[in-house]
Design a protein around this ligand. Sequence first.
Ligand code: HAM
Length: 447
Amino acid sequence: MADLQFRTPKGTHDVLPEDQQYMTYIKKAVRHRARQAGYRRTEPPIFENKGIFERGIGLHTDIVEKELFMVSGKHNADEAEKQFALRPEFTAGICRSYIEHGMQQLPQPVELYAIGPCFRYDRPQKGRYRQFHQFDLEVIGLRDPSLDAQLIHVVTKIMSDLKILKRLNLQINNIGSSENRAAYVEALKDYFIGKERNLPEDDQKRLQTNPLRLLDSKEEDTQILLRSAPTLDQYLSDESKHYHETLLEYLDELGIAYTPNAGLVRGLDYYNQTVFEFWDQSTGAQNAVGGGGRYDGLIEQLGGKPTPGVGFAGGLERMIWHMKEAGVKAPNKDHVDVFVAQLGPEAKKRCLALVSQLREFGVHTVGALGEASLKSQMRLADKFEARYTLLLGKMEVKEGTIILRDMRAGKQRQMKYEEAIPEIIASLGKENLDTYVLRDQMESSDD
Ligand code: HAM
């Protein structure tokens, strides 16, 4: 690689045009399915008071302990420095927004979705970046297994539209109420009394700060010890069990395949009852494409009235990776229909208007408005893979004509200047013109 002075920071990357096509395609699928199901788009700020994430996601989670991207700011020397963090996810910010804007007054549940960049100061590796993109769905205000089932259904529809559902495996678990978990955590701590020294250092710490995280520890020693430890499902209340059974019945009803996984706990503290993840069929827990669950205590935790919620977030980079692996092509709308070549000042002037008119008709047009020779302009037309080239030289200007070259057929003919645009439109076909009309005033933007 060239010895460049400036490169993208570690763990970030440029989303180049080819990947933008995938991004746009995914966003369209998300928007379509979300709208169908009554979700409305929202977006919390990219940075928030860090306390929102500490309280929401949990102080002793990897995301908050190790991965928050801190941003501090103050206007002048006397002012106390404010501590913000770049959003590592959407859920905490959206719940803050729900409280701040009094959304409990709206008909419940409030269904919101968001798409955009998130930031985690993690050690970069394949599928794990410091800036990545999530699409996020949240259903706030009601608690019922049918809402969990419907949310999962919308996600499976999106994955299926993008032709990657078959590559994924839905893992699902119920981690009970906070009381169930508190009782279990006590039992787990008791079990480990006298065994702490056999745990790797990181897991010894986890035992103190967040014992549930031991369950998805990657350490072999921990996993061996856990084999004879009490399990979370032994501590689930009948109500939690019933909730889960009903959810699974609903998933069956909707024809959604899943794998029950009693060890699935997820890395964020706000969950209760349902948790689920979409795993890669081949690699399993590593690099899940998305995950979510129920968070009935989060809004209260952030200072609102007790309000239940359930949600999901998928990682766009990991989805794009799967689409590429599966050979799914995102539609390429960046092609060039017409390349306009010119020679001489008069021709150039005419070309300016011609290029603009063609574009207005919805023809993707590139004009060679530099001073290059006709030959090099034609080479350029080839490189752009233009369907047609329009040639205007001094002679043509004088005669009021123009040359139209079909680049695929390698044939060209001269015609009256006025005939060029109708001819191009007829050859391309009206249905292939890129005339973007706002369907109505309320249509949302494309990004
Ligand atoms: P999460 O499991 O932390 O959940 O992240 C969801 C998805 O975001 C992951 O499955 C992955 O695809 C993607 N992702 C996370 N971190 C990275 C990274 N460093 N690089 C690339 N992709 C990444 C949440 O964020 C929850 N807010 C989901 C949720 C919504 N729960 C309830 N509502």
